[in-house]
Design a protein around this ligand. Structure first.
Ligand SMILES: [Zn+2]
Length: 282
């Protein structure tokens, strides 16, 4: 541990079958990481071509299994974040002959199934969003409708919703949609965020420039790697040791309050988790 502190990676993936799986968690823990939010991989990466909402279940259940295993390796805890990757709409429309409305219905059904796991206490939060690349207007509208379904479920369950979305530093419109559905905007988390964001809570990629911006800004933020545990894309994202290493770097540079913000205060506000109480201290 780093001075008995909780250190949380807000968004990473683990692939027990295709790549490093639990070894990545051991690497994270060895350098001081204590808490993880593990997001299910996109369904098609696990060979699942869903036709109904129920077809997402094996994806979610595999994630819950690896999170149980991960938690036993950590001095803190690990939680699953479950949902439907927004890029699925392009696969459905371009490759599988769905029209955008059919794709919307299937993806909303997947969100509903993910919400069942939050309701039963097996998952912490939902994952949704919209494509980060240009799409036709009807695909965009369908994607926004899927995201709004996630906000409705999040509001009912009182849980956070992580978003995968376009690069932007102003997502107040999306945060307003969440608020309209009854989900407070701070419970919407934009994953892969830069150091500043209006609207949702930013989950900031753990590179030094972005972190310095977030730390100096003084607003709530989280830290993540988006580690994808994919042997075909080794350099695509940051490795599992990055968040603990950047916490050390922030502390060396006097950003003590920002570290507390990202690893204690913001997790409490956004997810209602207590990273200090869930830490085993010797
Ligand atoms: Zn991711």
């Amino acid at each position: 541990m780093i001075d008995d502190r909780p250190v949380m990676d807000d968004h990473l993936h683990l692939d027990p079958d295709a790549h490093r799986g639990i070894d990545a968690v051991r690497d994270f823990a060895r350098v001081g990481g204590t808490h993880l939010l593990v997001v299910n991989k996109p369904s098609w990466h696990l060979g699942v071509e869903a036709e109904t909402g129920a077809d997402f279940r094996p994806v979610f259940e595999r994630t819950i299994e690896i999170v149980d295993e991960a938690a036993s390796e950590l001095e803190g805890n690990a939680w699953p974040v479950l949902g439907v990757h927004p890029g699925l709409i392009t696969r459905l429309v371009d490759d599988r002959g769905f029209d955008p409305e059919e794709a919307r219905d299937l993806m909303q059904a997947g969100i509903d199934v993910a919400a069942e796991y939050v309701d039963s206490g097996e998952a912490l939060a939902l994952k949704s969003g919209r494509p980060h690349y240009e799409v036709d207007d009807d695909v965009w509208a369908a994607s926004n409708a899927v995201m709004r379904r996630a906000f409705e479920r999040g509001a009912e369950l009182d849980c956070a919703v992580q978003l995968h979305a376009e690069a932007s530093e102003d997502m107040t419109e999306v945060a307003d949609w969440a608020a309209d559905a009854g989900l407070p905007s701070h419970r919407v988390v934009k994953h892969y965020a830069s150091g500043r964001l209006e609207g949702p809570t930013p989950s900031v990629m753990a590179d030094k420039d972005r972190l310095q911006t977030a730390a100096e800004r003084g607003e709530p933020f989280l830290m993540e790697t988006d580690y994808i545990d994919d042997p075909d894309r080794p350099g695509a994202v940051l490795g599992p040791k990055t968040v603990p290493r950047r916490v050390r770097w922030l502390l060396e540079n006097g950003f003590e309050e920002a570290v507390r913000m990202a690893h204690v205060e913001t997790p409490k506000q956004v997810y209602s988790i207590d990273t200090e109480a869930t830490l085993e201290r010797d």
